[in-house]
Design a protein around this ligand. Structure first.
Ligand code: ADP
Ligand code: ADP
Length: 228
C-alpha cells in the first residue's frame, strides 16, 4: 500500500497545450480516489502519468515519500486495469493471472504461484474457469481476469482506467459492487477513472473533478452530492 502525492503536475503533449494543468492531489494510503470529468479533461493522461506511461512535463509525483518522475513503470510497482482488458488471448485464465508473478523470474515457486492464483480466483469467482481462454469468456469474466492479474502481485496501488465501460448495465452494477468490496477487503490505494456518475458517487472515498486539465474540486461523494 502506498500514499500517492501529485504536486503541481503538468502534462503538455507535442502541440504544447496542457492536457493536465497544475493538478495537486494528496492520496492517502488505502484511499480510493475517483477521477471524473468530461471526455478530454485529462483523466487518462493523469492516470498514465501516475503509472509511468506518460512523461511528466512539470511537477512532482511522489509515491510513498519517494519522487518517482524518472522511475520506470515497472519499478513503481503499481497495477493498472484497462478498459479493454488487455488479456493474452493464447494463455488460459490461470496463466493470464499468473503472468505478473512469472515475470518476476525466480521470485515465486510453482506452488506459491498456484496458491496465489487460486486465492485470487476464489475472490473473483473465477476458479471454475481457470483452464479457459479469454476468447471463450463473457465480458464480465474477462474483466474479472484483468482484475485478478492486477491484484495477484500485491502491488502498491491499483489504477483503473474506465474498467467497466465495455460492460452492459447489469454487469456494471455487479462489478461495481465487486470492485468496491475487493478494494475495502484489500485496503489497497486506488485511483479510478470514470465518466459514469454512479461509479463516481458509489465507489470512492473522494471524487476529484477535472475540467480542461485542471482540478476543479475534490470532495467526498456526500459533499459533492449535497452541493446545490
Ligand atoms: P480524458 O481521459 O479525460 O478523456 P485525455 O487525458 O485522454 O482525457 O486527454 C486530455 C487532452 O489531451 C485532450 O485534449 C486530448 O486530445 C489530449 N491528448 C491525449 N492524448 C494525446 C496525445 N497522445 N497527443 C496529443 N494530445 C493528446
Ligand atoms: P491439473 O493439471 O489437472 O489442473 P494440477 O495439480 O496441475 O492439476 O493443478 C491443481 C490446481 O492448480 C488446478 O485446479 C488449478 O487451480 C491450478 N493450476 C495450476 N496450473 C494451472 C494451469 N496451467 N491451468 C489451470 N489451472 C492451473
Amino acid at each position: 500500500m502506498a500514499s500517492i502525492v501529485l504536486k503541481n503536475l503538468v502534462k503538455k503533449y507535442a502541440d504544447g497545450y496542457p492536457a493536465v494543468n497544475d493538478v495537486s492531489i494528496d492520496i492517502e494510503d488505502g484511499e480510493f480516489v475517483i477521477l471524473v470529468g468530461p471526455s478530454g479533461c485529462g483523466k487518462s493522461t493523469l492516470l498514465r502519468m501516475i503509472v509511468g506511461l506518460e512523461d511528466i512535463t512539470e511537477g512532482d509525483l511522489i509515491i510513498d515519500g519517494q519522487r518517482v518522475n524518472d522511475i520506470a513503470p515497472r519499478e513503481r510497482d503499481l497495477a493498472m486495469v484497462f478498459q479493454n482488458y488487455a488479456l493474452y488471448p493464447h494463455l488460459s485464465v490461470f496463466e493470464n493471472i499468473a503472468f505478473p508473478l512469472r515475470l518476476q523470474k525466480g521470485r515465486f515457486s510453482k506452488k506459491e504461484i498456484t496458491d496465489k492464483v487460486n486465492v485470487v480466483s476464489e475472490m473473483l469467482e473465477l476458479n471454475e474457469h481457470l483452464k479457459r481462454k479469454p476468447g471463450n469468456l463473457s465480458g464480465g469474466q474477462r474483466q474479472r481476469v484483468a482484475m485478478g492479474r492486477a491484484i495477484v502481485r500485491e502491488a502498491k496501488a491499483f489504477l483503473f482506467d474506465e474498467p467497466l465501460s465495455n460492460l452492459d448495465a447489469k454487469l456494471r452494477g455487479q462489478m461495481r459492487t465487486q470492485i468496491s468490496q475487493l478494494q475495502r477487503r484489500l485496503g489497497t490505494t486506488s485511483v479510478y477513472v470514470t465518466h459514469d456518475q454512479v461509479e463516481a458517487m458509489t465507489l470512492g472515498d473522494r471524487v476529484a473533478v477535472l475540467k480542461k486539465g485542471e482540478l476543479q474540486q475534490i470532495a467526498s461523494p456526500r459533499e459533492l452530492y449535497e452541493q446545490p
